[in-house]
Design a protein around this ligand. Sequence first.
Ligand SMILES: O=C[C@H](O)COP(=O)(O)O
Length: 243
Amino acid sequence: MRINGTVWSARDIAARIDHTVLAPDATRKDMENACVLARAYGFKAVFTNPYWTPLVAELLDGSGIAAGISAAFPLGSLSTDAKVAEVMDAVARVDGKPCAVDMVTNIALLKEGHFDDYTRDIAAVVNAVEGRGIIVKAILETSLLNAEEIRTACRCAAEAGVDFVKTSTGRAGAPALSHIRIMREALPAHVGIKFSGFGTLNAPELALWAFFLGADVLGSPCGDVVVDVLSSGYAEVGMLAGS
Ligand SMILES: O=C[C@H](O)COP(=O)(O)O
């Protein structure tokens, strides 16, 4: 695959993918299969609901791949203390193995204009894991927001100290590719963008354009398909018009 003149190998693409197993009926076997895939491809992380975090951390141990904690998932409407408790419980249970946190923000606080409270809710999680080398992402649920709300949410999340801002849970509508540009313009350069929740239909095509538009990381339940298609040569053809 070639993005903006740079060639990315299959490993380069995989290292930018957080593979997801978030279905409510996912079982231990699904976790095992995802971790086998993650090791084979070299994904950045495997994100699951927190019940599964210790198992996933164990299955990925020694690979450098993070056990992803999907926190306050998928609504974000827990008390701040409950969010912190959920995250810290999962962090304690990985017993020092690599993990990462994607936390759903409190959308009502944003919509109602309580920007300080919205920021404090995010910052509480950032502060709780500080010093542990844990990447924290704030999930905005951009499909529910207008452009100004996306910009404001990005500024609040950056002020709260997150490493990445992420578009979507995949449970409240898909993000638009245009959200990436809005986010990039609102965020300081040190805060990354994760494009996620875009489903499985046309996932490789969406992934290709998301990278081209400035996404740093992708969340996908079919990370293997994305890597296979984008590293097959197709992506270079697809990029001729844009590069
Ligand atoms: O946080 C949510 C995921 O990154 C998006 O979920 P999904 O990959 O199952 O669509």
